[in-house]
Design a protein around this ligand. Structure first.
Ligand SMILES: Cc1cc2nc3c(=O)[nH]c(=O)nc-3n(C[C@H](O)[C@H](O)[C@H](O)COP(=O)(O)O)c2cc1C
Length: 438
């Protein structure tokens, strides 16, 4: 029997590496966020490696580190608006999926349906929508609007239905271009939606033709009960957090059975855990690179980041003293609080060490061989369908992934030799939805 093949996506992160020390590495680009030639190079490199997707994260607020003095030590301030950037990248690539993040809390469904339909046409069927509901502080930029989590997902669910309904109001052969007969389109094949719901009222139809993929590939990363319920109803790619093998296997099984319970083919929801890495040709080289960027990051950045993650300010504490007992609170992310405080307790970390963990965002140093082993192990053991890879550094890990990890996975028969079909959907082996009768 053929081995299961991995799906690989890379996160383009405008900060130039997730680690706040990454931008200061001598080999890092001067401007990772606004230098389009550099971003184009990254997307083309990912495509050279036959990776499935170039994934753009996004945020609608300034940054995790709010203190301007601390923020000024990091590169995570500027970023392109993702639709604009993806349109430019669509012109610079031919095969790779372009998955971008757009928020249901701070957008209108008509605009989103139209922008994704446009991007899908312009890219020849390579658009993907990472549906987020936006946690964090974005509300301050949107009239102070910040619904609670369950409400955000209720809105997201209706938002998605409106967007899908708008796409489905356009039949594939609605446009006739019949010069001889004098009919440009068939009005019977372009339907209004007339949606009147709890949150949205949208008449439609959409003023564009049906997206080449029917629907752009739907991606989601909900991890709360409300988030997972939504994701297993609509997502075709589900991004999860990196867990150990056994926990990943259990989550993988749960996601597939939740999708089946929603009447879906479990094979049409691809589970991609996060994999945060720094790659080296050897383990020693990877370790040295991580140590080098660790040393280039001021511990204040981690302390500031932890304020949000653990809901506690460690600044008054001695950097080389132990992490104090910190009360559990109703922070925005209980998962993050539990994770960091649990790690501090179990490993007896000092404040400086915990700050480093927050700055690394879970990234680990790996040789190309170790990364190939990790990917193969998870995919073959049904703990994942592939990975969504983020790099802590901006100085060579993507190239090692493409030039060493991918060929190694191909040799082992766990990664394909070339793109399949022409659209992102075909490449993933996920069927194209047909327009639903309305
Ligand atoms: C790989 C990955 C990428 C994500 N990218 C974004 C992003 O770009 N923007 C954003 O607002 N949230 C992003 N998120 C957060 C998720 O959308 C989601 O809110 C989070 O996983 C918590 O789940 P919950 O909303 O169900 O609590 C990402 C999560 C993961 C795992």
């Amino acid at each position: 029997m053929a081995k299961r093949e991995a799906i690989l996506s890379v996160i383009y992160d405008a900060w130039g590496g997730m680690h706040p020390g990454a931008w200061r590495h001598p080999d890092a680009p001067k401007d990772p966020a606004m230098d389009f030639q550099h971003i184009k190079y990254l997307a083309q490199t990912a495509e050279r490696g036959k990776l499935h997707a170039f994934f753009l994260a996004d945020s609608l607020a300034y940054a995790l580190e709010k203190d301007p003095q601390v923020l000024s030590l990091t590169s995570n301030v500027a970023r392109f608006e993702p639709f604009t950037l993806c349109t430019a990248l669509a012109m610079a690539t031919q095969h790779i999926g372009l998955a971008l993040t757009a928020s249901t809390t701070y957008s209108e469904p008509f605009n989103i349906a139209r922008m994704f339909a446009s991007l899908d046409h312009l890219s020849g069927g390579r658009a993907g929508w990472n549906i987020v509901t936006s946690t964090g502080e974005a509300g301050a930029n949107f009239n102070g609007f910040q619904p609670g989590r369950d409400d955000r997902y209720k809105r997201a669910s209706e938002f998605y239905d409106v967007v899908a309904g708008l796409w489905d109001g356009l039949e594939d052969d609605a446009f006739l271009y019949d010069k001889a007969g004098g009919r440009f389109f068939d009005p019977e094949k372009i339907k209004s939606l007339n949606h009147k719901g709890e949150f949205y009222q949208v008449e439609g139809p959409l003023n564009i033709s049906r997206p080449p993929q029917g629907h752009p590939v739907i991606c989601q990363a909900g991890s709360s009960p409300a988030g997972l319920a939504f994701a297993t109803r609509v997502a075709e790619i589900l991004f999860t957090y990196g867990l150990d093998l056994e926990a990943s296997k259990a989550l993988y099984k749960e996601i597939k059975s939740m999708a089946a319970a929603n009447g879906r083919d479990p094979d049409h929801i691809k589970v991609l855990p996060s994999l945060g890495i720094v790659l080296g040709h050897t383990q020693e080289e990877a370790d040295a690179k991580l140590a080098q960027i660790d040393a280039l990051a001021d511990p204040q950045i981690g302390i500031e980041r932890l304020k949000g993650l653990i809901d506690y300010d460690l600044a008054p504490h001695d950097l080389d003293g132990p992490v104090p007992e910190i009360p559990q609170t109703q922070s925005w992310s209980k998962t993050m609080q539990d994770y960091y405080l649990g790690m501090a307790r179990e490993q007896n970390l000092t404040v400086r060490q915990l700050s480093l963990m927050a700055m690394r965002f879970d990234a680990v140093a790996m040789s190309a061989q170790a990364a190939a082993d990790h990917i193969e192990n998870y995919v073959v053991n049904e703990a994942a369908d592939g990975f969504n890879i983020s790099f802590a550094d901006a100085s060579g890990s993507l190239e090692i992934l493409v030039d060493e990890v991918v060929p190694e996975l191909q040799r082992r028969g766990v990664f394909r030799q070339d793109y399949q079909g022409t659209s992102f959907r075909e490449d993933l082996g996920i069927p194209r939805p047909s327009a639903r009768p309305q």
